[in-house]
Design a protein around this ligand. Structure first.
Ligand SMILES: *Cc1c(COP(=O)(O)O)cnc(C)c1O
Length: 397
């Protein structure tokens, strides 16, 4: 194999490209996690991450993958046999459901076709029928990373309110946090699940639970077994700036810098940057003549786009070709979408050039492999960027 030259483009919808300043912070010497410098760092990142969730409530940070934070949300608030209402938005919703089942919860999984976000009206009718309030929690994936479809969480909140249902609301924001607008407090979400390796621009290894007062109260009566994930131990230690066990010290050093980058850019600008890259990508994909997998435009994701391969063509063969030819990694189809779609990540740390580079590599492979696709999609993305300019940084003006 010949040497791969130039920069690798990690255009998968997580993990995402980590800025050099974040990598440099992670490469600093590990500090004593029971010492004064750590306390300062912990209090800073615990406060800073709450701003990203838009909450005044505590956020706990686990040294784990996002899957751990899924489990933590459930074991801290629920008891064996409790009923959970979940929406089948795609592969990640299905994985969360599987965890709930393995923990001994009874899951009512509202079926979906994996091509749009959760349908709040359907959740509402399930809740309205549940007059005995057997459903203890409603769990929804905000941005379904397997399909590129977003669920309207404000609308799901209204479904609970309109049904006068007291269930907890749990939301997975692993691939939307710091990429797509999200409001833990305003939408009265009880547990928000997050992860480090997507919009937060960190490597994998940190996961989050933002916890409402109602969720905290529920945790006092919840009887599912829990030890490592126990909020009680974590919140007690966090109050003084420490952790009940060894935290991922160096990732927290990176998180501090990632939060500074997000604050410097400003969340509204971060969201606008993601919206803009997503629209440019969709215009390109449409021009090629490939179908955007999400078929509900109101639910289009700003952090990734899944494109459907024409019948008879392998998405995985295309991705392998793009990686070999151009050093661009794209997301594969997950679960029942295996080999049928490829996913273009446009989240985290990127700019116009990285998006255009990735799209150009895809277009080149489509044409050279004889996949039926119309040339010129990248020009559509270029035109969109040219027409919808980004606000320039003061220093560059
Ligand atoms: C990536 C992702 C997960 C899984 O996170 P891991 O860190 O792989 O455990 C869960 N939900 C969504 C929506 C994701 O995008």
């Amino acid at each position: 194999m010949s040497r791969s030259t130039g920069r690798h483009f990690l255009q998968i919808p997580g993990p995402t490209n980590v800025p050099l300043s974040v990598l440099a912070a992670i490469a600093q010497p590990t500090i004593d996690h029971r010492g004064p410098d750590f306390r300062h760092l912990a209090l800073e990142v615990l406060g800073g991450i709450a701003e990203i969730f838009k909450t005044q409530s505590p956020v706990v940070i686990y040294p784990s993958s996002g899957t751990g934070a899924w489990e933590a949300a459930l074991v801290n608030t629920l008891s064996p046999g409790d009923k959970v209402l979940m929406a089948e938005t795609g592969h990640f919703a299905t994985l969360w459901r599987n965890i709930a089942r393995r923990l001994g919860l009874e899951v009512e999984f509202v079926p979906g076709d994996w091509r749009r976000g959760a349908v709040a009206a359907e959740l509402e009718s399930h809740l309205a029928e549940d007059r005995a309030h057997r459903v203890k929690a409603v769990a929804v994936v905000h941005n379904e990373t397997s399909t590129g479809a977003v669920s309207n969480i404000a609308r799901v909140r209204r479904a609970l309110d309109d049904a006068h249902h007291p269930a907890l609301l749990m939301v997975d924001t692993i691939s939307s946090l710091a990429s797509i607008d999200y409001r833990h407090d305003e939408w009265q979400v009880d547990v928000t699940v997050g992860g480090s390796q997507k919009g937060l621009m960190l490597p994998p290894g940190l996961a989050f639970n933002a916890i409402s007062d109602k969720a905290r109260a529920a945790s006092r009566d919840a009887r599912l077994p829990r030890a490592y994930w126990d909020w009680g131990d974590m919140l007690a230690a966090n109050a003084d700036g420490y952790f009940p066990y060894t935290p991922a010290t160096n990732l927290l050093q990176g998180l501090k810098v990632a939060l500074e980058l997000l604050r410097e850019e400003g969340l509204p600008a971060v969201f606008a940057r993601h919206d803009r890259a997503a629209e440019a990508t969709r215009r390109c994909v449409r021009h090629w003549g490939l179908e955007i997998w999400c078929d509900e435009p109101a639910d289009y994701s700003s952090s990734l786009t899944a494109a459907r391969m024409p019948e008879g063509h392998s998405a995985d063969a295309l991705r392998a070709d793009i990686l070999g030819q151009a050093s661009v990694s794209l997301g594969n189809g997950l679960g029942r979408l295996a080999d049928r779609v490829f996913r273009i990540g446009h989240l985290g740390d990127f700019n116009d050039a990285s998006i255009l580079g990735a799209l150009a590599a895809i277009e080149s492979a489509l044409l050279s492999r004889g996949v039926p696709a119309q040339a010129g999609g990248v020009s559509q993305a270029i035109s969109y960027f040219a027409q919808k300019r980004r606000p320039m940084r003061a220093a560059a003006e």
